[in-house]
Design a protein around this ligand. Structure first.
Ligand code: ASP
Length: 419
């Protein structure tokens, strides 16, 4: 059975197991959940462990082998990121205004805010430094190893880029030697990823069973309209907006690309972490979609921390939903501030579960909404996180296709020839 089918089957079995656990006694339930959460964590840890060195090595080996038009590659990549995220947020804005998910819901006894419990660090985040300053500070860490252990991808990307650029200035013989070394390392890490992927179905089953059993399904009901709006907007963005870009700009069929990327998409969905999915995304782009290593080396690591379409869209819909629910009438100008902040806060965000809650706390504060309202979003966060993470990874993969198309159609010979 192909890997993506195995992962999908594991996902369904994971949900079935979580449902089945309701009928067994509490002790057995606790034991099963202990095992699933241990196995899920082990699997995620293995992926995260390989993700950090893989980012650095892929960038150095990929960019080090590119020809002189690196600046052009970088500018196409950045234009795509900004353009696609803006499209995503505007889709969210449109759906939130058309469906008005926050209107017409009866508040529970004691009102909405009384029921929301927000972790203190999220409220504190709202009064912290501006998102721009925070993103800038992430770029230049004082300690590279600390940045790696904090999972600060942006800092590693900047460093790896500088390293790759410096590598290109070496005399020919030394440059060849360096390139062989980094290419070998790249191959080794991708092989380790492949081995980890062999147990992906077990990992996914465990992850999905753990998170599905923790979801309070009954509590999701009053927020059904929010979930519907977010899922609809995500689907529209992934298929209509990005589908159009794939078709017209990258000239790739949506179905072909989706089938090549399916293991990564299911992985993103089950783990709710685009950073943990990064090795799988790279593997799918290389092996299944056949995208050039130089292109993926730049676009995927950078995209994982700078291109979060699903997250930005969610932030926008969630803030408008809370405003509607609490009776705040946001003017068009205020809604555009929400759009700008949704875009800005995703730059440099960590690709981990629930990362966008901090950003939403910041936006709520900036537009004058009570940060405690965030508590309501905690109820629906996991399922929506799974969906938006899949869209984040999908958009990164579309970026690789778009950039490759421009790059390859522009390249007279294979980049290898320029070594
Ligand atoms: N979980 C998302 C990701 O890893 C980030 C978020 O939206 O919270 O891409």
């Amino acid at each position: 059975m192909p890997l993506h089918r195995q992962i999908l089957l594991a996902l369904i079995l994971g949900i079935a197991l979580a449902i089945g656990l309701h009928w067994v006694d509490a002790a057995l339930q606790a034991q099963v959940l202990f095992v699933t959460s241990l196995v899920g964590t082990l699997f995620l840890n293995a992926l995260k462990a390989v993700a950090i060195p893989l980012v650095v090595v892929t960038l150095i080996s990929g960019v080090g082998g590119l020809d002189q038009r690196l600046g052009r590659l970088g500018s196409i990549t950045m234009s795509y990121y900004i353009g696609s995220t803006l499209l995503a947020v505007l889709t969210g804005l449109l759906i939130a205004n058309l469906l008005t998910p926050g209107l017409g819901i009866t508040p529970p006894d004691g009102g909405w805010l009384a029921n929301s419990v927000v972790p203190a660090h999220l409220v504190a985040a709202s009064s912290d430094t501006s998102p721009w300053t925070a993103a800038l500070l992430l770029l230049v860490p004082s300690n590279l190893f600390a940045a790696a252990s904090d999972g600060n991808l942006l800092a590693l990307i900047v460093f790896a880029l500088l390293f790759a650029l410096a590598l290109r200035t070496l005399p020919n013989a030394q440059r060849q030697l360096q390139r062989q070394f980094w290419d070998g390392l790249h191959h080794i890490l991708l092989t380790v990823t492949l081995w980890v992927l062999k147990v992906a179905p077990i990992g996914v089953l465990a992850l999905v069973c753990t998170s599905a059993s923790q979801m309070g399904w009954a509590a999701l009901k009053p927020l059904a309209m929010l979930m519907f709006s977010v899922l609809l907007a995500l689907l529209m963005h992934a298929t209509v907006n990005l589908g159009f870009i794939l078709w017209r700009v990258a000239r790739v069929r949506l179905r072909d690309h989706a089938s090549a990327m399916s293991p990564a998409l299911w992985m993103a969905f089950s783990s709710a972490s685009s950073s943990a999915t990064l090795p799988v995304t790279l593997r799918c782009l290389h092996d299944r979609a056949g995208v050039d290593k130089g292109v993926t080396g730049l676009t995927v690591p950078l995209g994982t921390s700078m291109n979060m379409d699903g997250t930005a869209l969610y932030e926008c819909v969630a803030v408008l939903f809370l405003a509607q629910l609490l009776g705040f009438d946001l003017s068009l100008a205020e809604q555009l501030i929400v759009v700008a902040l949704s875009l800005a806060t995703t730059l440099g965000m960590a690709g981990i579960p629930s990362a966008s809650l901090v950003a939403i706390a910041v936006i709520l504060d900036r537009v004058g909404l009570p940060p405690e309202a965030l508590g309501l979003l905690l109820i629906t966060d996991r399922p929506l996180d799974m969906a938006r993470t899949a869209v984040n990874v999908w958009s990164d993969s579309v970026a690789a296709r778009v950039v490759e198309r421009f790059y390859i159609s522009d390249t007279p010979q294979d980049s290898e020839a320029n070594a």
